[in-house]
Design a binder for this molecule. Structure first.
Ligand SMILES: NC(=O)C1=CN([C@@H]2O[C@H](COP(=O)(O)OP(=O)(O)OC[C@H]3O[C@@H](n4cnc5c(N)ncnc54)[C@H](OP(=O)(O)O)[C@@H]3O)[C@@H](O)[C@H]2O)C=CC1
Ligand SMILES: O=C([O-])CC(=O)C(=O)O
Length: 271
C-alpha cells in the first residue's frame, strides 16, 4: 500500500455498497477497501468471496476504527450509528443517506470539534457544483422535481401516513409538495437527492420539492431549477434504476466512487 493511500470502509453492501466495494477491489489508485458492514454477515461474506483482497466484515461502529474514510450506504435507520463513530474518530464521513443528516446538523458541529470531514457526494443527482457556485451569490429559488415509477416510491412513510397506494396509480400523480426537510423525513429512502441539493444551495427550508409517481416513466428522473443572480439553471438526470433496489439509480455508486477518487487524485475536475 502506497504511503498516501486512504483506507475505505463501507456501511451497507446493497445496490450502492456492493457495487462500490467491487469497484474498489478492482483497484483504484490511492484507495484501499479494508472493511465493510452489513446486516447479514454470512451473506456479506458470500458477496465478498471472489474479491482479490476481501475486506473484513465488521460491525457498523467498527468501520471507523479501521478506515480513514467511512462511506455510509445503509438504510437511514442506522445512519446515526455509522456517522457518530466516524465523526468521533475524526474520519472522512461520506453519507449516501443524506436525508438523515438534515435533522442531525449538530453532527457538523461535532465534526468541527473532532477534525472529521463530512463529504456529501452528488449521488443520484447532477450539477451540485453549479448550485454551490450560484449559492455563493444571491439565489432567489431552488426547486427539484422527482419523478419515479410508482414502485420506486413504495414503502415511503409519507405515503403510508396519507393512505396513498402507489401500486394503484395509473396516471402521473404528484404525491408530495413541500420543502426538502419534510420531503427527506417523509421519503427517507427516495429523495436523498433533495437533501443534497438543499445542502449545496439555500438550505432545507427554502428548497422546494415535488415528488411524482409516474407509471409512464421507466427511469428515476430529477429536474433541478435554480433562479440566481449569476445564472439560471435547469438540469435533468434520468437514472436507470438498479436491479437490486429500484429506488436507487445505478449512477449512485459511480458518483460515490468519483467522489472518493477526488480525495486523492492529482488532477481534480469540478468544484
Ligand atoms: N444520495 C443519493 O443520491 C442516494 C442515496 N440512496 C440511499 O443510500 C442508502 C443505501 O441505498 P441502497 O444501497 O440502494 O440500499 P439497499 O437496500 O440496496 O442496501 C442496504 C444495505 O444496508 C444493509 N443494512 C441494513 N440494515 C443494516 C444494519 N442494521 N446494519 C448494517 N447494515 C445494514 C443491508 O444489509 P443486508 O444486505 O445484509 O440486508 C444492505 O446491504 C439508502 O438510505 C438510500 O436511500 C439511494 C440512492 C441515491
Ligand atoms: O436514485 C435516485 O434516483 C434517487 C434516490 O433514490 C434518492 O435520492 O434517494
Amino acid at each position: 500500500m502506497a504511503e498516501r493511500d486512504l483506507t475505505v470502509g463501507i456501511a451497507g453492501l446493497g445496490a450502492i455498497g456492493l457495487h462500490l466495494a467491487r469497484a474498489l477491489d478492482a483497484g483504484v489508485e490511492g484507495l484501499r477497501l479494508v472493511a465493510v458492514a452489513a446486516r447479514d454477515r454470512a451473506k456479506a461474506e458470500r458477496s465478498l468471496a471472489g474479491f482479490r483482497q476481501p475486506p473484513a466484515v465488521v460491525g457498523l461502529g467498527e468501520l471507523a476504527e479501521r478506515a480513514d474514510v467511512v462511506v455510509e450506504a445503509a438504510p437511514a435507520a442506522v445512519f446515526e450509528e455509522v456517522a457518530r463513530a466516524a465523526i468521533a474518530r475524526g474520519r472522512i464521513f461520506m453519507p449516501a443517506s443524506v436525508g438523515a443528516l438534515l435533522p442531525r446538523m449538530r453532527l457538523v458541529e461535532e465534526a468541527r470539534r473532532t477534525g472529521a470531514r463530512i463529504i456529501v457526494p452528488t449521488g443520484a443527482l447532477l450539477g451540485l457544483d453549479a448550485v454551490r457556485a450560484a449559492a455563493e451569490g444571491p439565489v432567489e429559488s431552488v426547486t427539484i422535481e422527482t419523478r419515479k415509477p410508482p414502485r420506486g416510491l413504495a414503502g415511503a412513510p409519507y405515503l403510508e401516513r396519507h393512505g396513498i397506494d402507489v401500486a394503484a396509480i395509473t396516471a402521473p400523480t404528484r404525491v408530495f409538495q413541500g420543502n426538502a426537510f419534510d420531503a427527506a423525513q417523509g421519503f427517507p429512502a427516495n429523495v436523498n437527492v433533495a437533501a443534497a441539493l438543499a445542502l449545496a444551495g439555500i438550505g432545507p427550508e427554502r428548497t422546494r420539492v415535488e415528488i411524482w409517481a409516474d407509471p409512464g416513466v421507466t427511469r428515476n428522473m430529477h429536474t433541478i431549477r435554480v433562479e440566481a443572480e449569476a445564472a439560471r439553471l435547469t438540469m435533468t438526470i434520468e437514472n436507470v434504476p438498479s436491479e437490486e433496489n429500484p429506488r436507487t439509480g445505478r449512477i449512485t455508486p459511480l458518483s460515490i466512487l468519483a467522489c472518493l477518487r477526488g480525495l486523492t487524485s492529482t488532477l481534480r475536475v469540478g468544484s
